[in-house]
Design a protein around this ligand. Structure first.
Ligand SMILES: *Cc1c(COP(=O)(O)O)cnc(C)c1O
Length: 394
């Protein structure tokens, strides 16, 4: 068997070793508490599931869907963008439903990246931006996100020879993994920069609806000229606890949307229609549930940030997203700290290096742990500190 060279860009799975250890512990009957996965623990709201079940009974929804999705769904997405951000979108040419936003994020590379072309990707960042660039034959160029700069990339620091080869720039705020947010001024700066340098901007907006302390996250499409050079990815996964149903969208520049649609028409056959009806209900239906859910995450955020600071893992409370990005206590690498917590305390956290080399010195903890388990996890984190103190005393 001779595999393609591109398979080598799929590096051995970073978490393979951690997963192996989790499996061993579970086999021994030990309880492992995971703060590693960003997958909402709360169920999809009932009115959305009702719409899904009703649509599933309808024979018209048992057949192949269209790649471009139901017109009612595209209208619901455009209406939601208008209401939420004041951004006007043409449902026919500027909206494309996706089989979860990850799908579109991965496929858009095929629209722009040829051999040796560059995509600018945040580091640390959601791994799909870099991997999809490599699978398309291109080169990701890391834009470091540093705490000193509030995890906003320094566009002026991108070398001229890289910019010449760059075709795409990836941004994502509220950010995974750092929890940082971006101002409308930064989005304007990024759009202007993209126009000056003939770049396409892809903004991954997965977390705009998970916000705390009355913060409101902007859309990059609110910036002047954004629709001339960019698209935004959104998903119902995190906002409406719908990760299992796989539905999201790309919106913005009509040429980019059309290119992505052309790629997708050749690769997939759209989103099951019952799920599209569930998404329509999510976007058009009552929204009061969002604030209730965010209040739960905010309470967990505050508890977790407190404990982390108590054990010497400095963390600030993020204004959006479902993660805490904490500094590793002194004297440890990201992986050492994560490994020690798993080995000695049965707690799984993600080493920052899983998101790029600039993630060294940090770990990521997710807020999507059910309350009872969450509290138990907190006391195990606290134990880490007390067991260290005991070691020192000896
Ligand atoms: C969860 C996540 C996604 C993917 O969500 P889908 O379920 O595929 O819609 C995309 N980007 C970021 C940053 C995420 O954290």
């Amino acid at each position: 068997m001779k595999m393609s060279k591109r398979m080598s860009s799929l590096a051995p799975y970073l978490f393979a070793e951690i997963n192996q250890k989790i499996a061993e512990k579970k086999a021994k009957g030990e309880e492992v508490i995971s703060f590693a996965v960003g997958d909402p623990d709360m169920p999809t709201p009932a009115h959305i599931i009702d719409a899904l079940c009703q649509a599933a009974q309808e024979p018209a929804n048992h057949r192949y869907p269209e790649t471009e999705g139901l017109v009612e769904l595209r209208q619901a997405i455009a209406g939601w963008y208008q209401g939420r951000f004041g951004v006007q979108l043409d449902p026919d040419s500027e909206v494309l439903p996706l089989i979860g936003s990850k799908e579109g994020i991965a496929h858009v590379a095929l629209c722009f990246i040829d051999f040796d072309d560059v995509a600018l990707v945040p580091d640390p960042g959601y791994p799909v931006y870099a991997i999809s660039t490599k699978l398309a034959g291109g080169q990701p160029h890391a834009m470091p996100l540093n705490e000193a700069k509030d995890f906003i990339p320094d566009l002026a620091a991108i070398p001229a020879h890289i910019l010449k080869k760059a075709k795409l720039m990836w941004l994502s705020y509220p950010n995974n993994p750092t929890g940082a947010v971006a101002s409308p001024e930064f989005f304007q700066k990024a759009v202007d920069f993209a126009q000056q340098n003939d770049l396409v901007v892809c903004h991954d907006a997965a977390y705009t609806e998970i916000v705390f302390d009355d913060y409101q996250a902007p859309s990059i499409l609110q910036a002047d000229g954004a629709k001339e050079i960019g698209i935004e990815f959104h998903t119902l996964s995190k906002s409406y606890n719908m990760t299992g149903w796989r539905i999201g969208m790309a919106v913005g520049n009509a040429k980019i949307i059309d290119a992505l649609k052309r790629v997708k028409t050749n690769l997939d056959s759209g989103i099951p229609q019952a799920i599209q009806y569930a998404a329509i209900e999510a976007l058009n239906g009552p929204q009061d549930y969002l604030a209730k859910k965010n209040a739960i995450y905010q309470r967990r955020r505050d508890l977790l940030v407190d404990i982390l600071n108590n054990i010497g893992a400095q963390a600030k409370p993020p204004r959006g997203g479902i993660y805490i990005w904490a500094r590793v206590p002194e004297g440890h690498t990201s992986t050492e700290f994560a490994t020690e917590l798993l080995d000695k305390h049965g707690v799984v956290i993600t080493p920052g290096t899983g998101f790029g080399k600039n993630g060294e010195g940090y770990v990521r903890l997710s807020l999507t742990v059910p309350d009872a388990t969450f509290v138990k996890g907190l006391s195990r984190l606290a134990e880490w500190r007390s067991s260290k103190a005991r070691l020192k005393k000896r």
